[in-house]
Design a protein. Structure first.
Length: 233
């Protein structure tokens, strides 16, 4: 009984310590506007107003469940935006097998999220040198419609898309949990000149509802290049 009690106590301490380690944290997010190591042009950029800092009008968080977000779409009085470009459509992926259809390239009030828990991964569990795959989504409104870009091949709705990669970039060594992360596309392409660029396929849908259920109407697939950095604090 005494041994069992000791084991249960140790187990309880271990769970308690893990709970302390994995807490919701506010992070400073930098959405890069250029990175020639990734691609000549990035299709997801900032609004040129600096880093995204958690506040009453903007959420910039990593949640213990295993998701990161910057959210200016679901908060009141938001002033920040995200630039989304639809400059690299994939032929034949639009409605009826035609050309993709997209709203104008520009800045939008958006909700950008990586719900890593859907892949049983968690950026808060990463240590130096580790990386994980996660789905990513970008939701925004344009022209009276709600749109979403999904990068999540594990969902049949978005077959043919690619996930993103989240890597721990600090600390650079040791076993301490990560305090800086980097989100990049998960696929690469070798160009005719021998250079390598990185991009993920994302699917653009119009978001609607039918009989109380969310619906997604495919508008086409596009290539997206991006670099997003998160820092705690």
């Amino acid at each position: 009984m005494r041994l069992a009690s000791i084991l249960l106590t140790c187990l309880g301490l271990s769970v308690a310590l893990q709970a302390v380690q994995l807490q919701d944290i506010a992070v400073t997010t930098l959405v890069s506007d250029y990175d020639t190591g990734i691609a000549p042009a990035l299709q997801i950029q900032s609004d040129k107003a600096g880093t995204y800092v958690n506040s009453r009008t903007l959420q910039s968080m990593i949640y213990k469940a295993g998701s990161w977000e910057i959210d200016m779409y679901n908060v009141r009085n938001a002033t920040r935006q995200v630039y989304v470009a639809f400059t690299q459509p994939i032929a034949g992926t639009g409605p009826g097998g035609g050309a993709p259809i997209a709203p104008a390239t520009g800045n939008y009030l958006a909700h950008v999220t990586t719900e890593c828990f859907n892949y049983n991964t968690n950026p808060l569990s990463l240590t130096a040198g580790q990386s994980i795959s996660c789905p990513m989504a970008v939701r925004f409104d344009a022209g009276g419609k709600t749109y979403a870009v999904h990068m999540n091949p594990q969902n049949p709705n978005w077959a043919g898309t690619n996930p993103v990669t989240i890597a721990c970039i600090f600390p650079t060594s040791g076993s301490n949990l990560c305090s800086q992360w980097r989100i990049t596309p998960s696929t690469s392409v070798v160009n005719p000149d021998g250079s390598v660029t990185y991009r993920s396929v994302g699917q653009l849908d119009i978001v609607g509802t039918k009989k109380g259920a969310t619906t997604f109407t495919k508008q086409g697939q596009f290539y997206f290049s991006f670099v997003i950095l998160m820092t705690n604090p």
